[in-house]
Ligand binder design. Structure first.
Ligand code: PLP
Length: 435
């Protein structure tokens, strides 16, 4: 069968704007992965977004599976969220003083997330994670923490640790500017390997403040946890008096109404949140048991603050987003369209002779160009990333916008219809035939 030539993608304006940005912003961007370095080619510069579609500055429209890296779960520029934001804007964007909207969003979070009795809002996921880290240490009076290879918890120094080759190792900084003394307290283990964690606790008796993980990995590509792993971590943390912290910045209110912890039935001591909780505006949060959260200033001695934290505009976007997600059928829709997408794309890839695997939970998914199953970041690295780059480019040419890295999960929204999924699968079939 003859392979069709790819449609030509007009990127003239995108290229001009990105080229100008090179002299204005480091690498032309304000967050590295946007620069497309891991897939090559020039990034697409967006002009507007609506529903599950994004439109670039050259007038090309794409079906989007990035969703602003997670927040756009109700669909981009959702009419109800927008109307709520506009109404609040008339009353002011930032107060720097208490407002009732903070109570409303806090109540919604506390009602939905099993581990959360009290919550503190921040302005980003990074802030939520670094505050949770400080709290784990303040509460236990211990310094060391365990994180997992391939899990991302924002860009605070302690989390930027070179991931060893799956062997539990003492942390080395991943970035210049991070003092080795800081990351010396960060121990790493392989995802889905509770034995390594037990060994680390054994070797560092009484010194480990807590364990932090993505309860479903999105930052190494989509990697689900085994039940034994999650329950094993819960048990070992309880035995050792350490804090179990789920970084649900990506999974909160996406995996289920009560987040990944409700989905798996394993309840951490602390939870970090972000993305969806702000409905597209900058919000993060951390919360947990009263006993631990009462350490946080001004209730307790652990200092943490924020000029824009809990600002009324961001609270409003979060409240409306969680309200929409609370309606009947929301998570069933996410589960159904996403499962169909992954099943059909992987089947099409395999039928075209590519080694592929993939998976999804609710509105979060991923595919790898390897046989799978992928249970850790080390296994994810076996994916054919050069082929992923060709797939990514091909999908762009066909009008589908995927995350520009093999090691990022994809996201669907309430705005993705069966027709969008069908069109995406058809696009993937054409691309599989030519990569
Ligand atoms: N934790 C996880 C699991 C994330 O996915 C991210 C961002 O992608 C962060 C923390 C950091 O959040 P932010 O980018 O809002 O600072």
């Amino acid at each position: 069968k003859a392979v069709q030539a790819p449609p030509k993608l007009n990127q003239v304006n995108s290229e001009r704007i990105f080229s100008e940005a090179q002299s204005l912003l480091p690498g032309g961007v304000n967050s590295p992965v946007r620069a497309f370095r891991s897939v090559g080619g020039k990034p697409i510069v967006f002009d507007s977004v609506k529903g599950c579609k994004v439109t670039d500055v050259d007038g090309n429209t794409y079906i989007d599976y990035v969703g602003s890296w997670g927040p756009a779960i109700c669909g981009h520029a959702n009419d109800e969220v927008n109307a709520a934001i506009v109404a609040q804007l008339q009353k002011g964007a930032s107060f720097g003083a208490p407002c009732e909207l903070e109570n409303t969003l806090a109540r919604m979070v506390i009602e939905r997330v099993p581990s959360v009795d009290i919550v503190r809002f921040t302005s980003s996921g990074t802030e939520a994670c670094l505050s949770a880290l400080r709290l784990m240490r303040a509460y236990t009076k211990r310094d060391k923490i365990i994180k997992f290879v391939g899990c991302y918890h924002g860009h605070a120094d302690s989390f930027l640790v070179k991931a060893g080759s799956g062997v539990a190792t003492l942390g080395l900084p991943d970035s210049p500017g991070v003092p080795a003394g800081t990351t010396a307290h960060t121990l790493t283990a392989s995802y889905n390997n509770v034995e390594e964690v037990k060994q680390l606790f054994e070797q560092n008796k009484g010194q480990i403040a807590g364990v932090i993980l993505e309860p479903v990995v999105g930052n190494g590509g989509f990697i689900p946890p085994s039940m034994e792993f999650l329950q094993g971590l819960r048990d070992v943390c309880t035995q050792e008096g350490a804090v179990l912290c789920f970084d649900e910045v990506m999974t909160c209110f996406r995996i289920s109404k009560g987040c990944a912890q409700e989905y798996f039935g394993v309840i951490p001591d602390l939870t970090c949140m972000g993305k969806v909780i702000g409905g597209g505006l900058p919000v993060g949060a951390y919360g947990g048991k009263k006993e631990i959260m009462s350490m946080v200033s001004p209730a307790g001695p652990m200092y943490q603050a924020g000029t824009l934290s809990g600002n009324p505009l961001a609270m409003t976007a979060g409240i409306k987003t969680l309200e929409i997600l609370g309606r009947p059928g929301a998570y069933e829709h996410l589960q159904r369209v996403t499962e169909r997408l992954v099943k059909e794309v992987v089947a099409a890839g395999q039928a075209a002779g590519h080694e592929m695997c993939g998976g999804s939970i609710s509105g979060m998914f991923g595919v790898f160009f390897c046989k799978g199953p992928v249970r850790s970041f080390e296994e994810a690295q076996q994916s054919d990333t050069a082929k992923f780059a060709r797939f990514h480019r091909g999908m762009l040419e066909e009008g589908v916008y995927l995350a520009p890295s093999q090691f990022e999960a994809g996201f669907t929204s309430l705005a993705h219809t069966d027709e969008d999924i069908t069109n995406t699968v058809e696009a993937a079939k054409r691309v599989f035939a030519r990569i």
